[in-house]
Design a binder for this molecule. Structure first.
Ligand code: 5AD
Ligand code: SF4
Length: 585
C-alpha cells in the first residue's frame, strides 16, 4: 500500500476543530501522514459547516478545484465531513461526483474504516450510473462512494445506542505528552454535550448535529486528567448550549426533551437538582466544580457557548468561588428586539437577558481583584421583517450589554430551518450589510473603551505564542508554524474567523498558537539576542495582551501563566509588560 498522505481542512466552529483534531489523531495512529497542501495529499478531507451559506460556498469551491485533478489522478480520495455531509447527504455527491466519502458529525468514528476501504479498493473501482431524482439524468457515482449520516435518525434512536456510538470518537482521543514535533498544546477542547434542542428558527445545528446528548461526567474528567498529564493547562469545555449540561446517572447518556422552553424551569433557575432525581444528577455547576477540584493542574477552565436561559445562580456561585474557572462568558443574544427574539424562538425577552446580565455581573465582575468579567455575544442583522425600529433596539441593547467583543452576522437563510420555510428573506442584502457594519462600528467603540479601562491593571496572562506581527517580520506564514499533521483551520477558532465572522477586526492579530494548534516556536539566531519579539498572551477574561520580550528567552515563556501589567491600549488590543516571569504552580 502506498503512503497515505492526508490534507484536512476545517471550516466553522470550535466543535468542528475538536472533531478534526480527533479524526486526525485516529488517522495518525493508523499510519496516515498529514501534509499542509491538498496537492501533496492522496486523501483530501473537508470538515464542513452549514451555519451560514458563505461557509458552504467555500467548500463547494474547494471541491470544484479538485475536479480536474481527479480526472488525471484516480487514486485521489475526497471526503466531506461534518454538517454539510449531514445536511446535503447524497445530493452533495450528485452535485459534486468528485466526493468519495461523506460522513456526518455523529459518524466520524467510522471514517478510518471507510477511508481504508476506499483506498484498498480504489484500483478495482468501476463507475456505475445513478439517476438524479430531481432531473432524472444519470449521475456518475463510483462504486465505493459512501455516505454516512446519523443525526437525523438519532432523534428517534434509543438512548443507549445513540450514546455508545457518539462516545466513541471522544473516547478515541489519543493523548500523549510528546508527538512528532514537540509538546502538545497547553490549550485543549473537551466536549461535554453534543447537539442542540433549542430549535432557534434560523439555525441548522439541531438538524445537522441532532438532539442534545450529555457525556458522562467521569469520561469528561478522565479526558481532562489525561490532557493535564500530557501538559495542557487550559481546557475549554464545548457544547452548543454548554451550560445546559445535565447528566442523569443510570442512563447511558442523557438526552432531554426535544422541545423548548422546557416546562417547569424558571428563567433564572438553571439546572437545579430536581428532588425526584436527587443526587443521581450531575448538573453543569457540579461538573465545573468537579473538574476544578479533581484536576488542579488545569489552571484555566473555560466553556462555550452558553445559552442565556440556562444560567442558574448555582453556576454563578461555582464560578465565583473556584479561582481557576475563567471570568469569561460567551452568551449570544442575537437581537435586542423582543419581537425578533420571539420570531427567532430564542425563549427569552430583552428584559430577561438584561436581568441575567446584571445578576452575572453582580456575582462575577471583580476588577478590584484583577478579575473583571468579560462577556461576548453574537448578533444577526437582517433577520426577516427586521425594521429600523428593531435595529435601533438592538443598537441600544448592544450599548447596554458592553460586550468585550461581539460576532455579528448577516442573516443567511438555511434550507430546512423553520425561518427558511415560514419567513421570507425580505431584508435586502445592502441593508443587512449596512446594519452589520453599523453594529460592528458601535461594538468597536465599546471594545475600545473596555480596553482603555484595563490600563494599569495587572492580570495573569497565558503566553500563547509569538504574535502574527512577529511571525510576519520573520517571514513565517501560519502554514510554516503548524507542525506536520496539524489540521488546517480555515474559518473558526476561538474568536478567530476573520473571513466568515464579518471583519471582526478586533480579532485580527491572533496569536499563532491558539486553541488546539501547536505552540509556535521560532529559532532565534545566537548573534541576535538583543532583538525583541512580540508575545501574544491572553487574560482569563479572554483579552489579548501583547508583550515585547527579548528574543533569547521569548520561546521559554510560551505556555506559561505570568503576571503582566497593562501599559497601553490602542483601539482593539492591549500592550503590557511582565511583572514576574514565574510559572504559577
Ligand atoms: N444566519 C446568520 N447567522 C446565523 N447564526 C446561526 N445561524 C445563522 C443564520 N442562519 C449565528 C448565530 C449563532 C452563531 C454561531 O451563528 O449568531 O450564535
Ligand atoms: Fe443554533 Fe439556537 Fe442551538 Fe445555538 S441554541 S446551536 S443558535 S439552535
Amino acid at each position: 500500500m502506498s503512503t497515505r498522505t492526508v490534507y484536512l481542512e476545517t471550516f466553522g466552529c470550535q466543535m468542528n476543530e475538536l472533531d478534526s483534531e480527533l479524526v486526525a489523531g485516529q488517522l495518525r495512529t493508523l499510519g496516515y501522514r498529514f501534509v499542509q497542501s491538498a496537492s501533496d495529499a492522496n486523501v483530501v478531507l473537508y470538515n464542513t459547516c452549514s451555519v451560514r451559506e458563505h461557509a458552504e460556498q467555500k467548500v463547494w469551491s474547494r471541491l470544484g478545484e479538485l475536479k480536474d485533478r481527479k480526472l488525471t489522478d484516480p487514486n485521489l480520495i475526497v471526503g466531506v465531513l461534518g454538517c454539510m455531509a449531514e445536511r446535503d447527504g447524497t445530493d452533495l455527491i450528485k452535485r459534486m461526483p468528485v466526493v468519495d466519502v461523506l460522513v456526518g458529525p455523529a459518524e466520524l468514528d467510522k471514517l478510518p474504516g471507510l477511508l481504508d476501504n476506499a483506498l484498498r479498493t480504489r484500483e478495482s473501482l468501476q463507475a456505475e450510473p445513478l439517476v438524479d431524482i430531481n432531473t432524472n439524468k444519470p449521475v456518475m457515482i463510483s462504486a465505493n462512494q459512501v455516505a454516512l449520516q446519523g443525526s437525523a435518525s438519532r432523534r428517534s434512536a434509543t438512548l443507549a445506542a445513540a450514546g455508545d456510538s457518539l462516545e466513541l470518537l471522544d473516547l478515541s482521543r489519543s493523548i500523549s505528552p510528546l508527538d512528532d514535533d514537540g509538546p502538545v498544546s497547553r490549550s485543549a477542547y473537551v466536549r461535554i454535550t453534543r447537539g442542540c434542542n433549542k430549535f432557534c428558527t434560523y439555525c441548522v445545528v439541531p438538524f445537522t448535529r441532532g438532539a442534545e446528548v450529555h457525556r458522562p461526567p467521569d469520561h469528561i474528567i478522565d479526558e481532562c486528567k489525561k490532557l493535564a498529564d500530557a501538559g495542557a493547562i487550559e481546557i475549554t469545555l464545548l457544547g452548543q448550549t454548554v451550560n445546559h449540561y445535565r447528566f442523569e446517572h443510570g442512563a447511558a447518556v442523557t438526552i432531554d426533551g426535544l422541545t423548548q422552553p422546557q416546562k417547569g424551569r424558571s428563567f433564572t433557575g438553571g439546572h437545579r437538582r430536581d428532588p425526584l432525581a436527587g443526587a443521581n444528577v450531575t448538573t453543569f455547576a457540579d461538573l465545573l466544580r468537579r473538574i476544578h477540584d479533581e484536576v488542579p493542574a488545569i489552571k484555566r477552565l473555560r466553556f462555550v457557548t452558553s445559552y442565556p436561559r440556562d444560567f442558574g445562580d448555582d453556576v454563578l456561585e461555582v464560578i465565583r468561588h473556584h479561582p481557576r474557572i475563567c471570568r469569561y462568558l460567551h452568551v449570544p443574544a442575537q437581537s435586542g428586539s423582543d419581537r425578533l427574539l420571539k420570531l427567532m424562538n430564542r425563549g427569552y425577552t430583552v428584559a430577561e437577558y438584561l436581568e441575567f446580565l446584571d445578576r452575572t455581573r453582580e456575582y462575577l465582575d471583580q476588577p478590584e481583584i484583577g478579575r473583571p468579567l468579560m462577556l461576548s455575544g453574537d448578533f444577526i442583522t437582517g433577520f426577516p421583517t427586521e425594521t429600523d425600529e428593531d435595529f435601533n433596539l438592538t443598537k441600544q441593547f448592544l450599548v447596554r450589554c458592553r460586550y468585550k467583543n461581539a460576532f455579528i452576522f448577516k442573516y443567511s437563510p438555511r434550507p430546512g430551518t423553520i425561518a427558511f420555510d415560514k419567513l421570507a428573506d425580505d431584508i435586502p442584502e445592502h441593508t443587512k450589510r449596512a446594519r452589520n457594519n453599523e453594529l460592528l462600528a458601535l461594538q468597536n467603540q465599546i471594545a475600545d473603551d473596555i480596553s482603555r479601562e484595563q490600563i494599569g491593571r495587572t492580570f495573569d496572562v497565558l503566553v500563547e505564542g509569538l504574535s502574527r506581527q512577529t511571525l510576519k517580520k520573520q517571514g513565517k506564514t501560519s502554514g510554516d508554524l503548524r507542525k506536520a499533521g496539524q489540521v488546517t483551520i480555515t474559518i473558526g477558532g476561538r474568536n478567530l474567523a476573520p473571513d466568515d465572522r464579518n471583519d471582526q477586526s478586533n480579532q485580527n492579530d491572533q496569536p499563532a498558537a491558539c486553541s488546539t494548534t501547536a505552540t509556535s516556536v521560532l529559532e532565534v539566531p545566537a548573534n541576535n539576542t538583543a532583538e525583541k519579539l512580540q508575545l501574544a498572551c491572553r487574560t482569563d477574561g479572554d483579552l489579548i495582551v501583547f508583550i515585547d520580550h527579548p528574543a533569547a528567552t521569548a520561546n521559554s515563556l510560551i505556555g506559561q501563566i505570568l503576571k503582566a501589567r497593562i501599559t497601553t491600549a490602542n483601539m482593539l488590543s492591549l500592550q503590557g509588560e511582565l511583572v514576574e516571569e514565574v510559572l504559577k504552580k
